[in-house]
Design a protein around this ligand. Structure first.
Ligand SMILES: Cc1cc2nc3c(=O)[nH]c(=O)nc-3n(C[C@H](O)[C@H](O)[C@H](O)COP(=O)(O)OP(=O)(O)OC[C@H]3O[C@@H](n4cnc5c(N)ncnc54)[C@H](O)[C@@H]3O)c2cc1C
Length: 93
């Protein structure tokens, strides 16, 4: 039995530390979106590092863009988990 967990985060940056992929917002498996999200995090960071004038600016933009995407995905996974597993219609599971 493997416990299924998810995690929303209010912040994905503190000082010089950035979180990305599975270390950042953690999505339940129902959405099958974790790998895509990890790739998008990496691409966003690359984009911001190329565009920004300073490292601090790049990190701030990365956090603003990716936090806004990660947390709604966590909510989607929860909703799918509830509908497909926890409160699945009788006979659906
Ligand atoms: C069974 C299963 C099925 C999944 N199916 C899907 C799916 O169908 N579709 C989908 O989109 N996602 C799926 N996922 C989720 C997906 O695998 C993750 O969201 C994705 O791998 C996250 O990528 P990541 O690079 O952030 O982290 P990871 O892939 O977890 O990579 C982290 C790496 O860091 C290494 N590491 C850890 N600690 C240290 C350390 N201290 N020093 C050095 N290295 C370290 C680890 O060994 C690992 O190689 C699945 C996950 C599981 C477990």
């Amino acid at each position: 039995m493997q416990p299924v967990v998810d995690l929303e985060l209010p912040r994905i940056r503190r000082g010089p530390v950035l979180l990305a992929g599975g270390a950042s917002t953690l999505v339940r498996p129902h959405a099958a979106a974790g790998a895509t999200k990890a790739l998008q995090d990496a691409l966003c960071l690359e984009e911001e590092m190329s565009r920004a004038q300073t490292l601090a600016e790049a990190m701030s933009s990365y956090e603003a863009r990716r936090r806004e995407r990660g947390n709604p995905l966590v909510k989607l996974g929860r909703r799918m988990g509830r509908d497909q597993v926890e409160d699945a219609p009788c006979g659906a599971g």
